[in-house]
Design a protein around this ligand. Structure first.
Ligand code: C2E
Ligand code: CA
Ligand code: CA
Ligand code: CA
Length: 279
């Protein structure tokens, strides 16, 4: 048994070493990913359960590494955050997404809201609101067409600072939604102080709506609380008709998920919007 213990210890150490090596490799190549044109965005349609129309797009980052292939954002975003690379990458994401929306509209696509994910590291960075306003000016896009998705964690370290930034963004007409809502540690009283426009029901609650009464209770409570506070709701990770029907029965008006569409390349998006959905 002693021998076994030592072997599994070695096994774990070598696993940890392999992970650390990959982390370093990712860090080094991520530094050059921007200039080498390896990053791109895909756009997942957000659908109104009222009209069946596509009313928004969530921009999602993709990284194709020359040797490793596609690296998942779940793996490289934390590396980008811990190295600070998320600041220039996040600025690139913002500018690219906003320019893309402008380009679609120039091609005749009806205006919709572009949602951009924001890391808490970017949120703490100086002059985020000013940087976003400059990008919107540069592209000549109205601020109401941009929405920022933040997780509950942004306010953890410094709630007062976060509230000040949120107020500033609000004054500039930029909407905020809370991503992965229900999975973090936000105090409900914060919701009252935060200039938030929308709650995004996390996909972990949506997944088992079909057969988990507790998830049904949680989702239903989130939606009704949001509405009592005058907030909009959107549910993510919707994959089945049954999930969609439950969400609709609870008054959720917007959904996003594989049931409607996977994230699309920019060229694919306008045709999907034109076709509409049958919800
Ligand atoms: P997220 O913001 O919660 O994004 C939702 C994730 O769920 C996306 O994964 C999306 O492709 C996936 N998804 C969409 N519909 C479905 C569905 O019906 N079922 C399931 N199972 N999944 C679905 P993705 O693109 O791999 O992104 C993972 C995470 O990486 C995002 O989670 C977000 O936290 C982060 N991320 C992605 N792009 C950016 C970015 O530009 N900036 C920052 N800061 N984070 C990003
Ligand atoms: Ca998101
Ligand atoms: Ca989410
Ligand atoms: Ca997530």
């Amino acid at each position: 048994a002693k021998q076994d213990g030592r072997n599994s210890f070695r096994f774990f150490t070598s696993l940890m070493q392999a992970e650390a090596r990959r982390g370093l490799q990712l860090e080094n190549s991520l530094r050059r990913a921007l200039e080498r044109d390896q990053l791109s965005l895909v756009y997942q349609p957000q659908v109104s359960l009222v009209s069946g129309q596509v009313i928004g797009a969530e921009a999602l980052l993709r990284w194709r590494h020359p040797e490793l292939g596609e690296v998942s954002p779940a793996e490289f975003i934390p590396v980008a955050e811990s190295t600070g690379l998320i600041v220039p990458i996040g600025e690139w994401v913002m500018r690219t997404a906003v320019q893309q929306l402008k380009a679609w509209m120039a091609q005749g696509m009806a205006p919709l809201v572009m949602s951009v994910n924001l890391s808490s590291v970017q949120f703490r960075h100086n002059d985020l609101p000013g940087q976003i306003s400059r990008i919107l000016d540069e592209v000549a896009l109205p601020a109401e067409l941009l929405e920022l998705e933040l997780t509950e964690g942004v306010a953890m370290r410094d709630p007062q600072g976060a509230i000040a930034v949120m107020n500033d963004l609000h004054r500039r007409g930029i909407r905020l939604s809370i991503d992965d809502f229900g999975t973090g540690y936000s105090s409900l009283s914060y919701l009252k102080k935060f200039r938030v426009y929308k709650l995004k029901v996390d996909q972990s609650f949506v997944r088992d709506l079909g057969d988990d009464p507790e998830d049904r209770a949680i989702v239903s409570a989130i939606i009704s609380m949001a509405h009592s506070l005058g907030l909009q709701t959107i549910a993510e990770g919707v994959e089945t008709l049954e999930q969609m029907q439950f969400l609709r029965s609870q008054g959720c008006k917007e959904v996003q998920g594989y049931l409607f569409s996977r994230p699309l390349r920019a060229e694919e998006f306008p045709a999907f919007v034109a076709a509409g959905t049958r919800v």
